[in-house]
Ligand binder design. Structure first.
Ligand SMILES: [Zn+2]
Length: 504
């Protein structure tokens, strides 16, 4: 194939419509565990060797001798709605960037697929529509999506092709960008592409979506063999349940050279998911049960308590203290909680200085119902700037930049509990967070991580056991308890669960 000019842009947000805080423009500008807003050719250096979809797309395109024209890339930590101001500004930057590129042969977008703005339920559908309007109906347009995309009919109609991560923890982000390039390449070689889009009739809670366990392990392991011959790409997006929108939930997207083949294989994948419905398990335990079991463990390796509902990577405020309170009440030893987001406390600790004791209200400040801070005395063990190189496969090549951090220890109760406090939200999915604060995670008895599934990439190999803990947080994992208003009638609220009947 003749060398092509491919314009590329990235705009990532996962929107939890039940979370307390919005995502304004500034959240997309600043860096966190991922890079901040980056423009034009600066993206070549920023994306180099990172496990991000755009990085994978750029590498694949370069390998095949094509030229990419980077416009921008940005992301914000998951939260509630993207402000309309942020959506309009970033969409305008992408579309004007495209208008300024003469004779583009194709466009690639690195998008999440679960963005909800203050006005648009389907943020990516709206973005794709504006991009399509800018480039016209005939310029090929492909995009890669997150595993948690709530894929919509509009996205499928507007893009020529969509690829979706196949792992949770997301260790294949760059690979998925590379697969978007492969799909574009096939598109360039053929007259047209045929599509299939199927919505699954039930929602799947995030803790039950892990691809290291059944049934997702088997479902996802089948995709490479289903993608062959006239089937150019086939994916299953597990969906992001805390998004109160009509098209919330899992879906399959399939592309290929004949409609008959695409339909046949899409039906096969759909049936695999339907047959697996009874196998999805959402095994949540209370804080008390988890702390007691962890304290009773005689294994040398740590027990991980996953604070699944306060995961900032799913829109949690990352400042709830339910598990912390249980650790202190049970007199837990060898315990570390990470990362509790409380910039005010980090400031107080910094003013007091390392070695001093502070009496404070810790966490619980994000204004959620039934959430209060933990009041107590803490020793300031360590103060550090939150800049460190991540070590997990998922965050390969990433340098976190999350502002000042503090390590505190509880001093007014009979326990050994330490807390890593941060001033920007970052999901605790990387062992580097502990090491950066001088803690050897392997040597602890109990590690509390504010994460739902992603921690498993780095923490499973060093831990003996994991409990998924149902503690307060803005990422509700029992879907039957969620007060949805906008789902489509008939969708089951959980695998094998009751049907949603909101509009009758
Ligand atoms: Zn995801």
């Amino acid at each position: 194939m003749k060398a092509k000019k491919i314009a590329i842009a990235g705009f990532q947000h996962e929107t939890n419509t039940f979370a307390p805080m919005l995502a304004p423009y500034e959240e997309f500008v600043k860096a966190d565990a991922w890079p901040g807003l980056t423009l034009g050719d600066d993206l070549c250096a920023v994306m180099n060797n990172k496990n991000l979809p755009m990085a994978g797309f750029m590498a694949a395109a370069a390998n095949r001798g094509h030229r990419v024209l980077p416009i921008l890339w940005c992301s914000a930590e998951p939260s509630s709605y993207v402000t309309q101001d942020a959506f309009e500004r970033i969409s305008d930057m992408i579309c004007s960037g495209l208008s300024n590129q003469p004779q583009v042969d194709a466009v690639y977008l690195d998008i999440h697929g679960a963005m909800v703005t203050e006005v648009f339920d389907d943020g990516e559908g709206e973005l794709l529509s504006r991009v399509r309007e800018t480039i016209g109906p005939d310029t090929p347009l492909v995009a890669s999506l997150d595993f948690h995309a709530n894929v919509t009919q509009r996205m499928v109609e507007l893009a020529d092709g969509l690829t979706v991560f196949r792992t949770y923890p997301h260790v294949d982000m760059a690979l998925t960008g590379g697969r978007a390039f492969d799909l574009l390449d096939l598109l360039h070689q053929h007259e047209r592409i045929y599509k299939s889009f199927k919505k699954i009739p039930f929602l799947i809670p995030c803790p039950a979506q892990c691809t290291k366990f059944e049934p997702c392990r088997s479902i996802y392991s089948r995709l490479p063999e289903l993608q062959r011959g006239d089937v150019w790409s086939i994916d299953f997006a597990a969906g992001f349940p805390p998004a109160d929108i009509h098209e919330c939930g899992p879906a399959t997207v399939t592309y290929g050279g004949t409609q008959a083949q695409v339909d046949r294989v899409a039906d096969e994948l759909y049936q695999l998911v339907i047959d697996a419905e009874p196998e999805f398990e959402n095994l949540l335990v209370t804080s008390d049960t988890a702390v007691r079991a962890a304290m009773a463990s005689e294994n040398e390796k740590p027990v991980v308590l996953a604070d699944v509902q306060d995961n900032p990577g799913a829109g949690g405020s990352s400042d709830t203290v339910g598990i912390l309170q249980a650790l202190i009440e049970h007199g837990a030893t060898g315990s570390v909680v990470a990362i509790l987001n409380d910039p005010g406390t980090v400031g107080v600790a910094a003013n007091a200085g390392a070695g001093s004791v502070i009496s404070i209200e810790l966490g619980g400040k994000s204004g959620q119902i039934n959430q209060v801070p933990y009041q107590g005395a803490f020793k300031v063990e360590k103060l550090r700037e939150g800049r460190f190189v991540c070590a997990s496969t998922m965050y390969e090549g990433m340098e976190a930049d999350i502002g000042p951090m503090a390590l505190l220890s509880v001093v007014d109760r009979d326990c050994d509990v330490r807390i890593i406090v941060g001033s920007e939200r970052m999901q605790c999915l990387d062992l580097a967070i502990f090491r950066h604060m001088g803690i050897q995670p392997e040597k602890q008895k109990i590690l509390v991580v504010k994460s739902t599934v992603h921690f498993r990439d780095d923490f499973d190999p060093i831990s003996s056991e994991t409990f998924l803990v149902e503690a307060p947080g803005a990422h509700p994992c029992r879907l039957l308890n969620i007060d949805y208003k906008n789902l489509r009638d008939g969708v089951r609220l959980e695998p094998m669960g009751p049907e949603y009947r909101g509009q009758t």
